[in-house]
Design a protein around this ligand. Sequence first.
Ligand code: ATP
Length: 885
Amino acid sequence: MKTKYYNLTSEQTLEKLTSQTTGLTDAQVKERQAQYGPNVLEAKKHTTLLQKFIAQFKDLMIVILMVAALVAMFAGEVSDALIIFLVVILNAVFGVFQEAKAENAIDALQEMTTPYSRVRRNGEILQVKSDELVPGDIVLLEAGDIVPADMRLLSANSLKVEEAALTGESVPVDKDAAVMTETEPPLGEQHNLCFMNTSVTYGTAEAVVFATGMNTQVGHIATMLDEVDNSVTPLQKNITHLSKVLTVLILVIAVVIFVFGVVTGRESVLDMLLTAISLAVAAIPEGLPAIVTITLALGTQAMAKRHALVRKLPAVETLGTTEIIASDKTGTLTQNKMTVEQLYTPQTDLVKASAFEISPEAKLTQIMILANDSQETPDGLVGDPTETALIQYYLDRGLDITQVQKAFPRVDSIPFDSERKMMSALVENNGQTYLMTKGAVDEILRQATQIEENGQIRPLTKADKEKILKVNHDLALEALRVLGFAYKPLTDTTKEKTAKNYENDLIFVGLIGMIDPERPEVKDAVAEAKSAGIRPLMITGDHKDTARAIALRLGIITPEDTAGVITGRELDAMSDEELKQNVDRYSVYARVAPEHKVRIVKAWQAHGKIVAMTGDGVNDAPALKTADIGVGMGITGTEVSKNASDIVLADDNFATIILAVREGRKVFANIQKAIQYLLSANLGEVLTLFMMTMLNWSIFAPVQILWINLVTDTFPAIALGIEKGEKNIMQQKPRGSKSNFLSNGVGSSIIYQGLLEGLLTLGVYWIALNYPFHHTSAQIHADALTMAYATLGVLQLFHAFNSKSIHGTIFRKETFNNKYFNLAVISSAILLAMTIFVPAFNQTFHVTTLALQQWLIVLGAGVLMVLIVEVVKFFQRRFIYQDER
Ligand code: ATP
């Protein structure tokens, strides 16, 4: 029978799971990991290499080609048939290789984004990968965590958990550790249990794991497992669609060629069939989706190296189109390394931190130390940098803070939240309970009615407030974060510990200003974003003046920008429509709460802009999801926020977003290059064959078509996917949300370049016919066909260099900067030349040996291809794409 953990007390639960409050020992963990396996929901099983290989032959055209080849074999064309089989198998091998590569890259992504949990093992608190949890582990939960397994609460502090993933109920439910007497409560009411994949929205707790992996409640819901992220990007969708359209078109042309060839009676029906099918196999861009996936996947790896972890593949693509980047200030634009700089009390006025006289008796000192959740550990102070800075200040000044902490033991707390921007501790001293509060100065003043000066408490006057706000303003102008401090003795401590019940009628004692230096690389990143046509926005909970001062230093706004800053309160006063009308005016949002972020994103999206938004807290999840690119924080981000993000910054750094955008643009450009190269080559092939048939010339043999396609298409196209990216890529405007892979002149280039390839090939054939080297008609035709075959191959290899830049010239040093590309072109050239230069292959490939003059004509066509494309590009740069010099 299944254990009903909700009916057991904490002690019984621990006993049942052979665990203890100090956690499991290493030996126990090892043993249980062997017994229960990893704590993961079984993802889709990967197909084996063999399965992938077999899958390559499911393509209808390939099947028809193989059947036709078999028939040909029995009809006596053994070598042709063998070559066809060889090419088909090689094609399949490449296909498998491509797929496996793409799959590995995607696996690596998942590996990088595995969540962590805080556990107690051997009596110590550790961070472990969530998939290493075992039954009996003691897990520490806090707001923003995603519950990593099913667990029974041992203790809970105002814990609220959102269980929508499991129960569909989106309102967070209260949880506590009390034992339940009901024998069959529904899942949603099992308030002393927490379930895997639900999220903690408030409070803290300690719990013991009783089920992991597939044994958890979500593990039992089979349908959820199908949701493993196999998201297809818009680009991939479009490409698949285009491939389908082209398939139909090419099939029609292949049929026309077949019928025409048979009707004119030049070749046998079988030969004509093989030729037509080979054309279909060669020209249908079946490798295109794979090339796109590989390029996207390689892009994610490059991004990972630069600390941007992509969680959802479509983000790679969207990143390149980003037009607005709304970034949190603290930790992303700044270092989140706070230091106290100045202090102010009514009696001392403003004093430099180093000169301020400190005393453990002063209320300001006590509040700074007590309304503080930082913890001293052997590794140093841990906690919110705003809070550790306060403790550090006293440690640096040599004060014994434990003395203060011991004299005022904490009895309760009202945690910080970014809505009300304060936090309080309830502490006791000599039988009297005090509320010690710190927070944003404006919020503290809103709740303060008295002020302490020289130990005397008196009503807070309007003049006091004005003075305090002036100090606040002055400090903020120096880009300091300002915190206010207040307290009150409590008479009634029985009420529920909420801000509403306690944080009022406060006695103001003073304030401090602390500096949070900018991240050094952000200023350049902001400038780069601007030159790339991207507008950076700053979003912060901090004061308007602090925000403005930092935004000015970072270049997000300029001194002339008078309207650039808006506060959360001003936002509240605006309707969504008003915000939409005016959103363009603001670059800095101060004193905002997470729910404002959603409105900001939507207002920009209403203008059709692609918006990236950063976030770290549990309340940021909606904004992260609404944004086109949700950017999570690897260091400070909660699991909930990371889960809602499309990319996660491993270093929390704004500059990393810009690097990722650059990478995203590069990936898209590379995909365009590969597409342009591949499709123009295919068009060239189709046109050549079509015209050969129509003009009653000799027609390429199936092996020739297949070989050209194999050697010249695959290698260079993949290599184009890993191009380095052009220097000026961040000086161009974002390509716009409506653009697709054929935009920016790629569509028209495919057509004219494809036509050019076809015409040049046909031209060489014509020259060979009209200026023959031989006398017999058979020899003349054989030469002409060989030259056309060589030309088509050579053109594609030359054209591969053209394709390295959509509009840039080939005559620059970057043309040879991609060693994989160079290698790809060289090996393709060798494979192609081999069929003509090695006599043993001549017959198999139906070619003759060519004289030097004939080769010169072939190479001349290649050079002409480059020159003509250069001239077109020159005019394009001159008149259409002026920012792409
Ligand atoms: P971001 O720029 O990432 O939005 P932020 O730090 O500016 O972060 P919040 O963390 O929401 O925004 O802080 C808003 C305000 O709340 C701060 O300006 C400060 O006045 C106050 N505050 C911040 N942390 C604490 C804290 N631990 N205790 C009390 N007040 C705090």
